[in-house]
Design a binder for this molecule. Sequence first.
Ligand code: 5GP
Ligand code: ZN
Length: 112
Amino acid sequence: MDCIFCAIINGEIPSSKVWEDEVCYSFLDINPQAKVHALVVPKEHIPSADAICEDNAAVVAHIFAVIPKIAEALGLSGGYRVVTNIGEDGCQSVKHLHFHILGGEKLSENMA
Ligand code: 5GP
Ligand code: ZN
């Protein structure tokens, strides 16, 4: 399968690692949209949040249990935003589930 995030997880494409465990991998976004911008992805290829179901929900629960640890490692004590884009209207460009972690500054109040 031709997936850029699977290639990053496998080490075929270099990335700036923030966190790794048996379930997920976190790395800095190559094109940051905030002073601090990391991504966290499941190691399992899940196409988007629209593909979350009972069978893989534990992976997502794990990611959300780890996000506060990633945020602490990134120094986001003032708060942060977690975003996931889904499909064409959601402007999802990489079809492997990922959560953006944005912070390091006061973010826009606009969500869309
Ligand atoms: P999406 O638009 O799908 O929600 O977000 C995809 C994100 O992946 C974008 O913010 C983009 O900058 C990031 N991205 C795409 N390719 C790479 C890459 O090769 N390395 C890293 N670190 N980030 C990438
Ligand atoms: Zn993938």
